[in-house]
Write a protein that binds this ligand. Sequence first.
Ligand code: SF4
Ligand code: F3S
Length: 111
Amino acid sequence: MTYVVTENCIKCKFTDCVEVCPVDCFYEGENFLVIHPDECIDCGVCEPECPADAIRPDTEPDLEDWLEINTKFAEIWPNITIKIEQLGDAEEFDGKPGKLALLSEKPGKGD
Ligand code: SF4
Ligand code: F3S
């Protein structure tokens, strides 16, 4: 199994999650983060750290699409291990439905 980042991270990107990961397996896009499924050791410590409640174990139902998205972008986006400033409109977008359509495929800056 692995943990995956899901829809509510999009346009928020609080990045509290990256600070606690013992194996530094988060990868950064322009407005979203993903977890590398082959690197995640399933420790679960990132899940309660996300203010947007966007991190889930893939053992929960209906997460196949998110596992695919995490797998795809973890291969091409840069690694991020240090918290950065949240996106400017993060509070506004926290909890908004339909954010998948806003997912940017562009890479973030990484660290
Ligand atoms: Fe990192 Fe643990 Fe979260 Fe996996 S579950 S991404 S290893 S903190
Ligand atoms: Fe995203 Fe939550 Fe991390 S909003 S960047 S998964 S802390």
